[in-house]
Design a protein around this ligand. Structure first.
Ligand code: ATP
Ligand code: MG
Ligand code: MG
Length: 586
């Protein structure tokens, strides 16, 4: 494709490659619990990025941005991207989430084993090393065991206007600290009674540098390490170490970690001095997270929607999860295109949802087969059909599968005495500019014949139950002289004889406001009550052969996909992906 536009991350990477920042990285260093061996000693000059999800939910569109960014940079610069499960929290193993994350990354187009350039990692493999690093910090005077109460610790940490106050435990001897750390490790202390803290600077203007906690006690089983540990590293301590052990070069994260960068560097500098990690160590770079209008990008809130039954599951087609979007009809190409188009920046902003839909349409338009479907069907009877064509006669019609690609062939369907048309295509008295069905008006039934509308029958409630029309002879599309009768309306239709009944799920945005839950509002109160409408439609016979996940453009209506889960031969189910034009938020 076209060369990607530059951005601050590309500039940093290009500079590092040019200067050989990591080319001379010292690789012999530490016994990193197999991590380094896994990463492989080959070609230290390559850049290494990583995508480190916590397996506590399904990935969403924000993660998709981060995946495309990290894997994409590695790809573009012949580097390597690690998929690393950040599983340092002793939480219940959620194999479902681990599998879901692997699936999502694969589906987006990135592998970690097939092409041999990426590997799979889990942070909990490094617990031994992390503990060793903690003892090293204690021995070097850079960490101490604090036994203040959590409340004392909070108060003594100070805040922006007020420097912190040293803990009375800060001046313990190295021997005593080491003993207390081992007591913590050996299960002699209860949860919450002590923590290991880095000894940095209680007066730092950056609160994250005021002796941050690096280990806490938690008597809990871990899915990977079982009951081996009752102390677990804090994320801010674990993360830089994971990066260093995997020989990451550029550790790219979202802006909320900017204030953590000084600690990231402090910690890795100390460990490098101690000869525990390779040098030069990785560097952290921050970019603005993706905020998308009408969309929640918080796993916790998305989980709440699932748990409380507001949606049918993580893969509900209204969900901004990768599984949900996939089921809605998004393609990997469209998400990568979207990620490229929004780029990366250092400033927080909101991306309009239409940007995502435009990328999707741009991807689907040249690919999706065309088809006719009637979503709000009412029967039209051609009253002079038997007389002109013969009773029971069906007249074969056809249309290109794709208007710009004749090589894809044609789709066939039958014109007959009875046709399904859209209820909204009929008016007794036409409003200004209405050229479709009204008494006395001639229109072309697309790819078929011209008809003249006669009138309609209504039931007691006033609803149209049947439309009547008369065939205009010698007007069939594609036959000589077919265009002699000029019409302004072109009507999509499906034959009653060969049309296929289908369930169509008309999805709309899940929230009715652009920033759900902003400003302390309850996002649950802002759910769009009309985000799903089920309709019984008739679709042309070619759609009866659709396979799950196949995408179509229903002429005049937009893009639709055969539902991956529920669509089956004999029971077609289509999801509306998006309209033909941008109507979002209007
Ligand atoms: P959430 O708040 O939804 O749980 P998270 O950041 O806690 O998200 P992780 O599993 O830790 O979830 O995320 C893995 C990676 O994805 C992180 O590196 C994070 O920076 C990135 N990421 C998460 N949300 C977004 C977003 N909205 N835009 C860009 N990147 C994101
Ligand atoms: Mg996280
Ligand atoms: Mg989170």
């Amino acid at each position: 494709g076209a060369p990607k536009p530059s951005n601050f991350l590309r500039q940093v990477i290009e500079r590092d490659l040019e200067q050989g920042t990591y080319a001379g990285r010292h690789w012999s260093g530490h016994p990193a619990d197999g991590a380094q061996q896994k990463a492989g000693p080959a070609d230290p000059a390559r850049i290494r990025t990583r995508f480190p999800p916590e397996p506590n939910g399904y990935l969403h569109v924000g993660h998709a941005k981060s995946i495309c960014l990290n894997f994409g940079l590695a790809q573009d610069y012949q580097g390597i991207c690690h998929l690393r499960f950040d599983d340092t929290n002793p939480e219940k193993e959620e194999q479902e989430y681990v599998d879901g994350i692997k699936d999502a990354v694969h589906w987006l187009g990135y592998g970690w084993d097939a092409n041999g350039i990426t590997h799979l990692y889990q942070a909990s493999d490094y617990f031994d090393f992390m503990y060793r690093a903690a003892e090293y910090l204690v021995e070097a005077g850079f960490a101490y065991v604090d036994e203040q109460t959590p409340e004392e610790m909070r108060v003594n940490r100070g805040d922006f206007g007020r420097p912190g106050v040293d803990s009375p435990f800060r001046s313990r001897s190295i021997e005593e600290n080491l003993q207390r750390l081992r007591d913590m490790r050996d299960g002699k202390l209860p949860d919450g009674s002590a923590v290991l803290r880095a000894r940095i600077d209680m007066a730092s203007p950056n609160i994250n540098m005021r002796d941050p906690t690096i280990y806490r006690i938690k008597h809990a089983e871990h899915h990977n390490t079982g009951s081996k540990w009752c102390i677990y590293p804090m994320y801010t301590f674990a993360h830089p170490i994971e990066d260093a052990l995997e020989n990451i070069t550029h550790s790219i994260c979202t802006l909320e970690f900017e204030d953590q960068r000084p600690f990231y560097d402090w910690l890795l500098d100390r460990l490098a001095e101690g000869g525990l990690i390779n040098t030069p160590h990785p560097r952290q770079y921050e970019f603005a997270r993706l905020n998308l209008t009408y969309v929640l990008t918080s796993k916790r809130k998305l989980k709440q929607l699932v748990d409380q039954g507001h949606v049918s599951g993580w893969d509900d087609p209204r969900m901004p999860t990768i599984v949900g979007m996939r089921r809605r009809g998004y393609t990997p190409e469209s998400l990568r295109l979207f990620a490229d188009r929004i780029g990366v920046s250092k400033a927080d902003s909101w991306i309009d949802y239409s940007t995502l839909e435009i990328a999707l349409r741009d991807d689907l338009d040249p690919k999706a087969a065309r088809a006719m479907a009637v979503l709000d069907p009412v029967k039209m009877v051609v009253t002079n059909w038997d007389e002109l064509m013969g009773a029971g006669h069906l007249d074969p019609c056809s249309a290109p599968v794709h208007p710009h690609d004749p090589s894809r062939g044609r789709r066939d369907f039958m014109f007959g005495r009875e046709l399904w048309v859209e209820r909204t295509d009929y008016e007794d008295t036409p409003p200004k500019g209405f050229f479709r069905l009204f008494p006395g008006n001639k229109v072309r039934m697309k790819y078929g014949h011209v008809i003249e509308c006669v009138g309609a029958t209504r039931d007691a409630s006033g609803a149209v139950t049947e439309i009547q029309a008369r065939l205009v002879p010698d007007t069939k599309s594609g036959t000589p002289g077919a265009d002699a009768v000029k019409v302004k309306g072109n009507i999509t239709w499906v034959g009653v004889a060969d049309g296929v009944k289908a369930e169509v799920r008309m999805y709309d945005r899940l929230f009715s406001v652009p920033q759900p839950g902003a400003g302390d509002r309850d996002f649950l109160e802002e759910l769009n009550p009309d985000s799903l409408k089920l309709v019984t439609a008739y679709v042309e016979p070619s759609l009866g052969k659709a396979h799950g996940d196949e995408k179509f453009q229903f002429e005049r209506h937009g893009y639709f996909v055969a539902d991956r889960k529920d669509h089956a031969a004999g029971k077609p189910v289509f999801n509306r992906v998006t309209g033909l034009k941008d109507s979002f938020g209007k």
